[in-house]
Design a protein around this ligand. Structure first.
Ligand code: FHN
Length: 475
């Protein structure tokens, strides 16, 4: 074998493992996409509906933000960051060499994947989305493409994603992965400009494309091959070097690796800020919109999922105790469902691998509520414009059935009145959790239901009460 070929092979090998000095620009693109003769952006409505079906029925998932940022936990050199915990590297302008020490010392000795999946199931959640790699670039899996991961860079040296994907599979929970396009560590991404939020100059775009083709795509291929995620949840798409053309290509590439996978709209550049939906001006890639820290104002013909924190941070912060009440979280879930959306509720485990007790308490409260009222959330669809009556009543319908649900966040009194539901004669009406068939009448376009107050008090519910109306129809 001649000397030139040996040198070329050596360069190719050395530049495959990411390290600041090794990002080679001579590297041929290593991206390969299977099934690349199919255009996944031209999918039929029937195929799309079939692919989305489990996710639409699930309605409720667990978001997990976890990584090296749990080590500082919002505090750097004695100063509390005012921003979210997972942004501490940028908001406190921590030099890469300094931040890498957090990755090295990351040692979640109390992490137990089965316990996390149990907490998810106890909450009535049906799927998980965990940060495989957030903006800081640190990977929670054993990557062949990079040394900046839990296996090579940290003292922990166990494959977190493998443990979680196995635990989810065992409990029939769909396993999803968050992946940040923006990367503050990779030398061809934003490593030297992350403090300035990336800079859109010629050289950066060329380097970013090297990162995109020779690092990001190979990492995504190994994530899909090794952990079989049902969802890929992209983020950090606003980084200036990432283009709409790359977004379309990325969607095709990921679908070609696993055609049944679901991909959010942050795979491309169409998201309108925190409102989360595509701006509709042009065709962007992505299967569902991603409102963040908010729920859509009304219904949408598009699929969407509102992602939200329980306190004010995604990644763990020692001193963030601003927890939303369980009632607020249940309202958000029901409000989203009544508008046809999913709810992805976040937990931020600490550096030991423990989900905060305040999160566990809220997850249990939501799960207890869903044990009685879940049929009004799972496998439902929006009734359209009549999805609400005032501020505290939300109305849903069972998918492919004439059953309606009216959930009230104010405790019903002797007679409960609904303005937009007209049951067929002889329909049965219940309060979920109470077996009794309720008396009702319909007069002057109002449905009046007699409420069994004794049974209602014995139910012991304290957040919201759901009326189930069989064979009902909305105006
Ligand atoms: O910058 C991230 C943030 O850290 C967090 O991951 C949220 C969750 O969706 N997404 C981005 C902000 O929109």
């Amino acid at each position: 074998m001649n000397r030139y070929l040996i040198i070329l092979l050596l360069i190719t090998f050395l530049s495959c493992k990411e390290s600041p000095k090794a990002a080679s620009h001579e590297q041929p693109s290593v991206a390969t996409s299977e099934n690349s003769n199919i255009d996944y952006l031209e999918e039929s409505e029937v195929d799309f509906d079939n692919r989305m079906e489990w996710w639409r029925e699930a309605r409720f998932g667990m978001f997990i933000h976890w990584g090296a940022y749990a080590v500082p936990a919002g505090i750097y050199k004695g100063k509390e960051t005012k921003n979210v915990g997972e942004w501490i590297m940028k908001t406190e302008s921590i030099p890469i060499s300094e931040y890498e020490k957090f990755a090295t010392s990351f040692n979640p000795v109390e992490f137990n994947a089965s316990q996390w999946v149990s907490a998810l199931k106890d909450a009535g959640m049906k799927y998980m989305v965990i940060t495989s790699k957030h903006h800081d670039g640190f990977g929670l899996w054993d990557s062949e493409i990079s040394d900046y991961d839990i296996m090579d860079a940290s003292v922990y040296k166990k494959d977190i994603l493998k443990a979680l994907s196995d635990a989810c599979k065992k409990e029939d929970i769909k396993f999803g992965l968050y992946y940040s396009t923006m990367d503050w560590h990779h030398p061809d991404a934003q490593a030297d400009t992350y403090a300035k939020g990336g800079t859109k100059d010629e050289n950066n775009e060329e380097r970013f494309n090297m990162y995109y083709e020779n690092y990001m795509k190979p990492q995504l291929k190994e994530l899909i091959t090794k952990y079989d995620p049902a969802i890929l949840w992209f983020d950090g798409e606003w980084t200036p070097e990432f283009t709409h053309e790359q977004g379309l290509d990325l969607y095709q590439y990921v679908r070609s690796l696993k055609p049944s996978i679901l991909i959010n709209n942050r795979v491309d550049k169409g998201r309108k800020g925190m409102q989360g939906m595509n701006d509709g001006k042009m065709k962007y890639a992505g299967d569902f919109g991603t409102p963040e820290q908010e729920i859509l104002d009304g219904t949408s013909t598009l699929d969407w999922e509102s992602c939200m924190t329980m306190n004010d941070t995604w990644g763990y912060k020692t001193n963030d105790h601003n927890w939303k009440t369980s009632e607020t979280l249940i309202f958000n879930l029901v409000d989203a469902a009544s508008k046809g959306g999913n709810y992805l509720l976040n937990v931020g485990p600490d550096a030991k691998g423990v989900i905060p007790e305040a999160s566990i308490k809220r997850l249990k409260d939501i799960g207890d509520w869903l044990d009685i009222n879940g049929e009004a959330v799972y496998n439902t669809e929006s009734v359209g414009e009549n999805y609400k009556q005032g501020d505290v009543i939300r109305i849903m319908k069972k998918k492919n059935a004439s059953t309606l649900y009216a959930t009230s966040f104010k405790k019903p009194e002797e007679t409960f009145t609904l303005d937009a539901i007209h049951p067929e004669d002889g329909s049965n009406i219940y309060i979920l959790g109470i077996k009794e068939n309720l008396d009702w009448s319909y007069k002057d376009e109002k449905l009046m239901i007699s409420v069994p107050l004794k049974a209602l008090n014995e139910l012991g519910e304290k957040y919201a009460w759901t009326f189930k109306i069989e064979n009902g129809k909305t105006k």
